[in-house]
Design a protein around this ligand. Sequence first.
Ligand code: NAD
Length: 290
Amino acid sequence: MTTQDDVPIGFIGLGNMGAPMSANLAKSGHGLVVYDAAGTASRAPAGARPANGVAGVAAAAETVLLSLPDGAAVAAVVAEIADAPGRAARVVVDHSTIGIAAAEGVQARLAAAGIGYLDAPVSGGVSGAEAGSLALMASGDKALFDRLDPLLAPIAANRFYVGARPGQAQAMKLLNNFLAATAICATSEAIAFGTRQGLDLALMLDVLNASSGQNTATSDKFSRRVLTGTYDAGFTIDLLTKDVRLYLEQVAKTGTRDAVGGTVGATLEAVLDAMPGADITRIYSYTQDH
Ligand code: NAD
């Protein structure tokens, strides 16, 4: 790892999360070399050097951070890093949500190339990414986590080491997102019911946020993004459905109970079918219509 401006940090995937996360790294004084397959120049934070591919990042940076959609994207990028000509990369930190099996595959691929790996998904949404207030849950080598901690501080104010095995941080992230998904699905049903009873949306949210029904959907997604009509959590139904699928696949292997999980998963699949690409706050629009 380096924190020197002359040896930049690499950042690959400058989407809803990666753009503000990399911007916070740049603001904290790190030199950055960045890449996004959908176009780097328009997504790169101020001061960052755009690379023309994954290999360009791997050739310039010792530490490479990833924020990619899913396990397939991460596996492809990690293979390209490992095989990059003139590779400088020695450590990969993956902030993507990819599930346990994919993280184990990444670990094997990187270890074979002598590259260190921290499984480090994040939670807190686009607003948390912009504010640098994300929660980061990491698993892997503890000494590597400790060494990277100062680098990760500008991205995530709350950093947790959850286990020695890559994949354990994914398990933590998946169970968190199952709870967040449950909150938005259940809140959508409760609010639709209340509206039919003649209750005012803003007033319901005030009551809930001072009551035992308070949750992340009432305090954030509904208060700031449904009530305002902006529907802009910055997290697509596609990605949340991916997360709950990964959670349910793992629950099936683990053999723990999935009664609520199955219902939430089926709800998300129905919303994804009806409105692919929609913001997750549209779960409420779907609930109103069905
Ligand atoms: P996104 O789709 O907005 O961004 C992903 C970016 O990766 C895109 O810009 C895409 O062009 C780029 N990309 C895809 N394949 C690539 C490749 N092979 N090489 C280079 N770039 C590539 O997704 P996001 O919402 O920013 O989420 C990123 C990850 O973080 C996901 O795993 C997601 O589940 C997780 N996450 C998202 C949120 C959220 O609120 N959006 C919160 C926590 C975690």
